[in-house]
Design a protein around this ligand. Structure first.
Ligand SMILES: [Zn+2]
Ligand SMILES: [Zn+2]
Length: 306
């Protein structure tokens, strides 16, 4: 696979304009639709559907890391489609960028390289993409590290038309409750889960504690309780970098609450998960017997912090 080379000059200005427009729409909405705050439960439900079931459960742990396998393929596709409702680009694009991040963490080949500063790793990286990652994809480089996902024709279609589920969801909100529903159900959750995801890239490679030495040695991932809460279990990021294929991210400390893993366990208890991976060291420490240890995870660990 070739190396990821971020563009030195901003090359994705449309994205920047779009994000500015949505932040502006949020401000506008807070002024004109604040009296509809009773729609807040709708916001919470949509955040759960998109951020949790769509992005963390679907895009990240199920697809990008294959840390568990759902019993039914249609169910996996459904949750990945929820992820598209979050407008964080398509599943092939997202997973390719993310796998690149794990492979080259905190180096110039990391798409959201923390060494270029907080705001670069939070949002500015989106307008300095390697040209292979701007639309339309120009070469095989784009899907070289996600061939397993690219093999699915539905994901290829979804990657190309990733905006369709998002537009459909906004249209549904509008037809039910007009602009207040679009604002509380579409815009606020959109901003929430985008920033929650970006905070994982920016804060949890900068602030927090480290339980593991990680490879590559440039990797400075951290565990951060605030991001753990906001990003629904994704803030135990040093644990995750140490064991990328583990379905469980919160490990040894009582406060490492991992809501996404709780949802995975719920699905497992309902008989909807065929298999899930938890590193041998973690199951040993937790006194659990069943495990699907990942060779990659076991190899990567060097030591636990005191
Ligand atoms: Zn990371
Ligand atoms: Zn990951």
């Amino acid at each position: 696979m070739g190396h990821y080379k971020p563009s030195e000059k901003p090359n994705n200005i449309m994205v920047l304009c779009f994000l500015f427009a949505l932040h502006g729409a949020a401000l506008f909405g807070l002024i004109f639709f604040r009296s509809h705050w009773h729609l807040l439960p709708l916001t919470c439900i949509y955040i759960f559907l998109i951020q949790n079931l769509g992005i963390t459960f679907g895009y990240h742990r199920c697809l990008a890391h294959r840390s568990f396998e759902l019993r039914y393929k249609w169910m996996e596709r459904l949750f990945v489609t929820f992820g598209c409702c979050g407008f964080q680009m398509g599943p092939i694009w997202w997973c390719s960028i993310h796998r690149m991040h794990h492979k080259y963490s905190d180096t110039s080949q990391d798409p959201h390289d923390r060494t270029k500063g907080f705001w670069y790793s939070h949002i500015i990286w989106l307008i300095h993409l390697d040209p292979h990652y701007t639309l339309p994809p120009k070469s095989e480089f784009y899907f070289d590290n996600v061939k397993d996902i690219y093999a699915d024709p539905y994901y290829r279609w979804l990657d190309k038309y990733f905006f369709v589920p998002w537009i459909c969801s906004l249209a549904a909100f509008y037809s039910i409750g007009a602009w207040p529903w679009v604002f509380w159900g579409g815009i606020i959750p959109f901003l929430y889960h985008h920033h929650a995801t970006w905070l994982v890239n920016s804060v949890t490679h900068r602030l927090g504690y480290r339980s593991f030495e990680t490879k590559p040695l440039t990797d400075r991932s951290t565990n951060n309780w605030l991001i753990g809460l906001l990003a629904i279990g994704e803030g135990w990021h040093n644990n995750h970098h140490a064991f990328p294929s583990s379905a469980k991210h919160g490990f040894f400390r009582w406060w490492e609450l991992d809501l996404t893993y709780i949802v995975i366990v719920l699905f497992r208890n309902l008989g909807l998960v065929n298999s899930l991976k938890i590193p041998q060291q973690v199951t040993n420490a937790l006194g659990q017997s069943s495990t699907y240890a990942s060779r990659q995870s076991v190899k990567i660990i060097v030591r636990r912090a005191k």
